[in-house]
Ligand binder design. Structure first.
Ligand SMILES: [Zn+2]
Length: 132
């Protein structure tokens, strides 16, 4: 295995928005890829850290939820197009579900994802909020 692949495993993806950029065609990917699907063996991939800003490409309102999210439904989940070009899916926090719109500017925030019962272990990760 190459150094790049090994290093990816040690980058805390939940805390940093790390993806890959193909320096051959300029496309960016999230989550990180090992091979550029456009360039295949001619692609040259390097890690990049996204700024964490972008806009809402599309979204839906989740009204039924899993146990973890029971207290916060309904909540929006959006496909976000990062300023660098990659797309990812994330929950939108602090949003008014009646006014959220495609094209809204968003920025990454760190939020509690879940609290694991008795142990009280709290997991944090990235979500997005509307920044306009
Ligand atoms: Zn490429």
């Amino acid at each position: 295995m190459s150094d790049i692949i090994r290093n990816w495993r040690h980058i805390p993806q939940r805390y940093n928005l790390i993806g890959t950029k193909c320096t051959t065609c300029g496309k960016v990917y999230f989550p990180p890829r090992v091979i550029c699907p456009e360039c295949r063996r001619n692609g040259k991939l390097e890690s990049i850290q996204f700024k964490g800003t972008g806009k809402i490409h599309s979204f839906s309102i989740v009204r039924t939820s899993t146990e973890d999210f029971k207290t916060i439904a309904p909540y929006p989940v959006a496909i976000i197009e990062l300023d660098e070009g990659a797309k990812l899916t994330s929950q939108i926090v602090d949003a008014d579900i009646n006014t959220i719109e495609i094209g809204d500017q968003v920025e990454m925030v760190f939020r509690k994802i879940r609290e694991d019962g008795e142990n009280g272990v709290i997991s944090y990760g990235f979500k997005f909020k509307i920044s306009k």
